[in-house]
Design a protein around this ligand. Structure first.
Ligand SMILES: Nc1ncnc2c1ncn2[C@@H]1O[C@H](COP(=O)(O)OP(=O)(O)OP(=O)(O)O)[C@@H](O)[C@H]1O
Length: 273
């Protein structure tokens, strides 16, 4: 009756995966036969997903279903804590190979975490820090890049007169946008966000969503969220995870208005568990 853990045979038979295929938004990242193990315990089974350029993809599903495990594998944040097998194809290169320069890869595939984690430095230096490490030292260049990043993260107008102030004095929503500015300062291609609004109030959450909608003009965004309305509001594609498997993947409108898998339907309508 049951295949691994509590995924029922019915869920597996109903499994419905529709990969994006839009010529205007080609696939930039895909996983093939991705499995993740914490010790001997398998946390992710066959995560095969494709991600479309300049689109937002939401990863949803109950707690412990493997969303963060999947997301963190994409730029190898799980390297030290898990065994990740399978391919992670980024623009034709399997970045899950041992000879890949992980540091450089993470410049292209950046991440923003659940809790805002600004450095104990000034607002300016939070962004300039990584730029300097990468050899940007001329003040004019740094100023330009700091401003561009803060503008894209919709924080510039609020902080432009206090760039030397400690980042630790920012509100939660501002601090999270600073972390986004920090991530985009290096001009990544893909932005991974792990529940970035979970610690924010509704106003800050709404501002963050507006920011993400603008950022998708420049970046491909993959976001883990527990907030169904948020997924519905901002994403073009949604993947539903359950018990370490992707049970349904489709356009967000399909997932929310016409889900094919019963457990997806139960989850998005709040009848789960
Ligand atoms: N560092 C770790 N060591 C061991 N097991 C882990 C670790 N991180 C996650 N797991 C396990 O892997 C499974 C998937 O967890 P994961 O955090 O990916 O789920 P999730 O869907 O993101 O959950 P949540 O929504 O609560 O963040 C769970 O059984 C979890 O206990």
């Amino acid at each position: 009756m049951f295949v691994n853990n509590d995924v029922s045979k019915q869920d597996m038979e109903e499994r419905h995966i529709v990969q994006p295929h839009d010529p205007d938004h080609p696939v930039v990242l895909s996983t093939e036969d991705l499995h993740v193990y914490y010790g001997k315990s398998e946390a992710l089974y066959e995560g095969d997903l494709k991600f479309a350029q300049n689109q937002i993809t939401a990863l949803i599903g109950p707690s412990g279903s493997g969303k963060s495990t999947f997301l963190r594998s994409l730029n190898r944040m799980n390297d030290r804590i898990a065994t990740v097998t399978g391919k992670i194809m980024y623009r034709g290169v399997d970045v899950n190979q041992p000879d890949v320069d992980v540091y450089e890869m993470r410049r292209r595939i950046g991440m923003v975490f659940q809790r805002p984690n600004p450095f104990a430095k000034s607002i300016y230096d939070n962004i300039a820090f990584a730029l300097r490490l990468r050899g940007v030292t001329a003040k004019k260049d740094l100023d330009e890049k700091v401003e561009r990043s803060l503008r894209q993260a919709a924080l510039w107008d609020q902080v432009k007169d206090e760039l030397t102030k400690s980042a630790l004095a920012l509100s939660g929503g501002q601090a999270q946008r600073l972390c986004i500015a920090r991530a985009i300062a290096l001009r990544p291609d893909i932005l991974l966000l792990d529940e970035p609004a979970s610690a924010l109030d509704p106003v800050s959450t709404s501002q963050l969503e507006d920011t993400l909608l603008k950022l998708k003009e420049h970046y491909t965004i993959i976001i883990v969220t527990h907030n169904m309305q948020q997924a519905a509001r901002i994403s073009e594609y949604t993947a539903f995870f359950n018990q370490g498997r992707v049970l349904e993947y489709d356009t967000t409108s399909h997932i929310f208005t016409n889900p094919r898998v019963q457990v997806t339907s139960d989850y998005v309508s709040g009848n789960f568990g």
